[in-house]
Design a protein. Structure first.
Length: 111
């Protein structure tokens, strides 16, 4: 293989990588910190809670998921994954506005 086709391969690999992550929303870090999301969740490994990738996978084809999860994030609801439900915003770090819940759920579902 000559040097030209090698560099094309490298460039193409970078392009594919960039394309496959292009849909991930940027992490709303301040919100995530304030609500301690990463205290229980990680992006890709189930820990005290399902990983954000598992959650995104589960709801990928569920039309009302965004709305349902925003509601649940703000007001709570019954557990969908096990026995332990998520604590309410007041116990996570403070009240959560509808707008912030929307941002967070959009980010989680883009993982
Ligand atoms: C104290 C631990 C804890 C914290 C902090 C926490 N979670 Fe969770 N989360 C859980 C647990 C446990 C579940 C599984 C609950 C269930 O079975 O529905 C869960 C489930 C979820 C789900 C899926 C809910 C469903 O109905 O399938 C989403 C989305 C989610 N969390 C997002 C977040 C976000 C965003 C934050 C930060 C704002 C956050 N979590 C903070 C423990 C936590």
């Amino acid at each position: 293989m000559n040097i030209l086709s090698r560099s094309c391969l490298a460039a193409c690999a970078v392009f594919v990588l960039a394309a496959s992550t292009a849909h991930a929303e940027p992490e709303p870090t301040a919100l995530v910190d304030q609500q301690h999301c990463m205290f229980c969740h990680t992006r890709d490994a189930p820990f005290l809670a399902p990983s954000f990738q598992q959650i995104a996978e589960r709801y990928r084809n569920v039309p009302d998921a965004q709305f349902m999860l925003e509601h649940k994030l703000r007001l709570g609801g019954k557990a969908h994954w096990g026995d332990m439900a998520m604590p309410l915003p007041a116990d996570r770090g403070g009240p959560l506005s509808a707008e912030d819940a929307h941002t967070l759920v959009q980010w989680v579902l883009s993982q």
